[in-house]
Structure formats: structure tokens, C-alpha cells
Design a protein around this ligand. Structure first.
Ligand SMILES: Cc1cc2nc3c(=O)[nH]c(=O)nc-3n(C[C@H](O)[C@H](O)[C@H](O)COP(=O)(O)OP(=O)(O)OC[C@H]3O[C@@H](n4cnc5c(N)ncnc54)[C@H](O)[C@@H]3O)c2cc1C
Length: 465
């Protein structure tokens, strides 16, 4: 179904960026009969497929085998020799799988007839985009150009790596310094620690995972420490110099660290530079992200922005959900039950951090819940335990779970976990929370025994203090 006023333009919709959000928007709009073009100047699939979620999770699985080998002996397995790890093999396997996914994305676009332009898109004006010197006009434009790693200015900045480079690192680092305390820093610290690297993680604040529940943050940092990551708090890098192939990291406290590689995972910035946004009249916010309204419209009503380039949560499923809202608004599907999709409920977006052990969370942190509902309106249920698996595994990893309940409504407004498969577990509870589940619903739910997840439905006594 074409938008009625599109006849003057080459396309009904032009999408800049072929990552999670852009590909979803382009292919769904084309499947509804719109004439769609998509420009991508890198690999199809964007950050998530090429240098984000997917390769990261594959490497996290690889790291997990180290724990499995260690635990196996507790269950009677005798390994013929100490296991060895082949980094080249893992990299080649990953590259093969990512190439396969790039092909899948190409087919997803080709199938419904999206015109894929391999090159950098740039606005000439609000309805004209130039790619490889050719101009294309479109009724509507979606900017889905994502973000990129940010490294602050400091002496020796040229000697550091960003997360994009970690997947093909050569040679495999024996000693790695990870700078940052966000989820990307914590995940890479856990991955390389699991693969056998000696990892030192430097965090300028007093805790990791800012924005997550405070108890959870302390718990996961302690578990990562027990697993072997040397996490240091309240410390910054003053400078880095090369000594042969070695990086010498000078800390602000005056101490030196020696490493084979230094990863700076110190945040990401939106890709809004050199896009011609000013020519098109698109306004940015103070972080350089595209400012959008509740329906992802920029300051120019025919130009939309979604995913990491705008101001919301930087997660693949969020970019996908935002893409569907825009597609439904521009090219409605009359057969869709319930009418056009509405923006997701950003307060209850579940998310995971693939540290070892995993973190997963849905809803408010304790601090935010108290701020939102009132200090005396929040009841906290909290537990920590050694899971059944580790009674024989010989490892002393512990699991943490926390529920926050708003007392007037009895609604569960926060659910947090550190432990094996936390992401798999919290995804299911997120459905219940989205549906407004109360503590009484949790209490009425029968647990699956023996699992760790059952603890979420058997916590009866509020925590004190
Ligand atoms: C290390 C890492 C791990 C992550 N892990 C997870 C995870 O476990 N779970 C999760 O949900 N999210 C994860 N994310 C975040 C997730 O990858 C992003 O939220 C998601 O990819 C955003 O999708 P997007 O469509 O907005 O942008 P992207 O996927 O970044 O796509 C943007 C695309 O636009 C292209 N582009 C940019 N400018 C132009 C231009 N001018 N012309 C043409 N093309 C252009 C880029 O090449 C890119 O392909 C991770 C991110 C990183 C970096």
C-alpha cells in the first residue's frame, strides 16, 4: 500500500542505515507495497549482527566452556588433558556465521523488493538523499544510523581498542585492561577472563553497571571478581605508552599496568555527523542524538529516527519495536488486530548483561521505584543462594534475586537477577510484568522444581533494612 502523495518521489520511504532498526523498517514497509530504498555503507545487519549482540554472545558461550570444564570433574568427568583454547578457530567460526547472517539480511531485503544501495547516505534536503553521487528522492526518510564507540581524549589514546576490534583481535591477549564499567566493558571483561586472559577492569566510579539496581551491581562485581576479573574502582587512566608491543597504562593513582591490549568501553555516541542533517533541518539534542517525539518523528515531520541514533534505550529489540511503530504509522496494515502498534513501554523493557554470571533485569531499580512511588510504598524481597548445580561443581558462584513490589497496587515493579541463564529466566517474567502481575500472582504461581527461577515465586518474607 503506497502512501498517496508519493508519486513525485523515487521512493515512498528511504532508510539510511541497514542495522537492526533500518532493515526491519525497510523490509516491513516494502512487504506492505511501499517503494523502499535502504542505504548501508558497512555490513548489513549493523552493530548487533557484526560487532555487537551476536558475536558477543557467541564469544560468551565460548568463555562459558571454561567454567563447564572446571565443573565437570565435580560430576565425575575425567578430562584426558587440560583443555586448550584455539582463538583462531573461534574467530573463523564466528566470521562464517556472521557472513551467513549478512546473507540472510540481504535476502530479507531482496525478498520484498527493497532497493539496497551500498554506500553512505547523506541528506541534500529533507526529501533528497545522495548515495555514491546519485540523488534519490523520497516522501519519508528513516534515519537508523546507529552509534559508535566513544573514547575520551588523553595521551596515548591511539594505543587503545574499541569493542568493534575485539572480535578479531590478533594475537590473543594474555593480559587485557578493560576501561569502563558499563555493560559492554563488563561483558568483554568476563569473556576474555573466561577464555584465559588475565583481565584488569578499571572503573572511574565506585561501582559497575550504572543505571542498574544497586544491590545487583555490587553482587555481580563481587561474582566477576570471584571468577577472576581484577576489578578496580575509583581509578582512571592518565596516559598510555607503547613499550615494544606492550601497552603501559599509567593510572591517575600513579601506578602502572602492563598489558597486551587495552579496551576502552567508555560509552557510545550517535552517528549523526556528516549526514547532512542540518541541510534537512533535523534538530539534535545535547548528546548529538536526533531529537524525536513519541512517534519517532524528528523536528522535520517526514523524517523519522529510531534505534541508537535517537535518544531512547540502545537495544536491538527496542530498535525493532520502534521500526514497527513507524512502519505501522506510515503504511498501516488494515488486517492487523488491535490497529497500528504503539511505542513500547520503556519502563518495563527487560535487558540482560552477558557477564559470567549473567545479569538480567526488568522494571525499576530500587532507587527509581522509591523515587517514583514513594519511599514507604516499596516492599523489597531479596534472596541469594548457591544454586543446586554448584553443590557438586566445586564452584562457589552464587545467585541473586530481587523483587520490588508497589504496596498500594501490589504490582511487581522491579525484578532483578544475577545468575546462570538470567536472561532466559527474566524474559518470561517480563511478560507477566508487562501484563501488570502482582505479588499475589507471583505467590499463586507454582514453581518449577528444582530450578533457580522458582525462587522468584517463593519469596515470602520482605527484606529488612
Ligand atoms: C559490543 C556490543 C554488544 C551489544 N550487545 C547487545 C545485546 O546483547 N543485546 C541488545 O539488545 N543490544 C546489544 N547491543 C546494542 C545493539 O547492537 C544496538 O542497540 C542495535 O544494533 C541498534 O540498532 P540500530 O538499527 O539503531 O543501529 P545499528 O545496528 O548500529 O545500525 C546502523 C547502521 O547504519 C549504518 N550507517 C551509519 N551511517 C550511515 C550512513 N550515513 N549511510 C549508510 N549507512 C550508515 C552503519 O554502518 C550500521 O550498519 C550491543 C552493542 C554493542 C556495541
Amino acid at each position: 500500500m503506497r502512501s498517496t502523495s508519493s508519486s513525485d518521489h523515487d521512493f515512498d520511504l528511504f532508510v539510511i542505515g541497514g542495522g537492526s532498526g533500518g532493515v526491519r523498517a525497510a523490509r516491513m514497509a516494502a512487504a506492505r507495497g511501499a517503494r523502499v530504498a535502504l542505504a548501508e555503507d558497512g555490513a548489513l545487519g549493523g552493530t548487533c549482527v557484526n560487532v555487537g549482540c551476536i558475536p558477543k554472545k557467541l564469544y560468551s558461550y565460548a568463555a562459558g566452556y571454561a567454567e563447564a570444564f572446571e565443573e565437570a570433574t565435580g560430576y565425575g568427568w575425567q578430562l584426558p588433558a587440560a583443555p586448550t583454547f584455539d582463538w583462531q578457530h573461534l574467530k573463523a567460526q564466528r566470521a562464517k556465521e556472521i557472513a551467513r547472517l549478512n546473507g540472510v539480511y540481504q535476502n530479507l531485503l531482496d525478498g520484498p523488493g527493497v532497493t539496497v544501495l551500498r554506500g553512505r547516505g547523506r541528506f541534500v534536503d529533507a526529501h533528497t538523499i545522495e548515495v555514491n553521487g546519485q540523488r534519490h528522492s523520497a516522501e519519508h526518510v528513516i534515519v537508523a544510523t546507529g552509534g559508535r564507540p566513544f573514547v575520551p581524549e588523553f595521551p596515548g589514546r591511539e594505543h587503545v581498542l574499541v569493542s568493534d576490534a575485539m572480535f578479531d583481535l590478533e594475537p590473543f591477549p594474555k593480559r587485557l585492561v578493560v576501561v569502563g564499567g558499563g555493560y559492554i566493558a563488563c561483558e568483554f571483561a568476563s569473556i576474555f577472563n573466561g577464555l584465559g586472559t588475565q583481565v584488569t577492569q578499571l572503573q572511574r566510579r565506585a561501582h559497575v553497571l550504572t543505571g542498574f539496581d544497586e544491590d545487583l551491581r555490587h553482587f555481580v562485581a563481587a561474582e566477576m571478581g570471584k571468577a577472576g576479573v581484577d576489578i578496580r574502582f575509583n581509578v582512571s587512566v592518565a596516559s598510555i605508552r607503547l613499550d615494544g608491543k606492550e601497552r603501559v597504562v599509567m593510572l591517575d593513582r600513579g601506578q602502572d599496568l602492563h598489558a597486551d591490549a587495552v579496551l576502552f568501553a567508555t560509552g557510545r555516541v550517535p552517528n549523526t555527523e556528516n549526514l547532512g542533517l542540518e541541510q534537512a533541518g533535523v534538530a539534535l539534542d545535547e548528546t548529538g542524538a536526533i531529537r524525536v517525539d513519541a512517534q519517532y518523528r524528528s523536528s522535520v515531520p517526514t523524517i523519522y529516527a529510531l534505534g541508537d541514533v535517537s535518544t531512547r534505550l540502545q537495544l536491538t529489540p527496542v530498535a525493532l519495536a520502534e521500526a514497527m511503530v513507524v512502519v505501522d504509522a506510515l503504511f498501516p496494515d488494515p488486517k492487523r488486530r488491535g490497529g497500528p502498534r504503539q511505542p513500547p513501554d520503556y519502563d518495563f523493557v527487560p535487558t540482560a548483561v552477558f557477564t559470567h554470571p549473567n545479569v538480567a533485569t526488568c522494571g525499576y531499580t530500587e532507587r527509581d521505584a522509591r523515587k517514583r512511588y514513594g519511599d514507604d510504598k516499596i516492599t523489597v524481597y531479596c534472596t541469594e543462594f548457591k544454586s543446586l548445580r554448584h553443590t557438586l561443581s566445586g564452584r562457589n558462584e552464587r545467585t541473586f534475586m530481587k523483587l520490588l513490589v508497589e504496596s498500594d497496587s501490589d504490582r511487581v515493579v522491579g525484578l532483578h537477577m544475577v545468575g546462570a541463564e538470567a536472561g532466559e529466566i527474566v524474559q518470561g517474567f517480563a511478560v507477566a510484568m508487562q501484563a501488570g502481575a502482582t505479588k499475589a500472582h507471583f505467590d499463586r504461581t507454582i514453581g518449577i522444581h528444582p530450578t533457580s527461577a522458582e525462587e522468584f515465586v517463593t519469596m515470602r518474607e520482605p527484606s529488612v533494612g
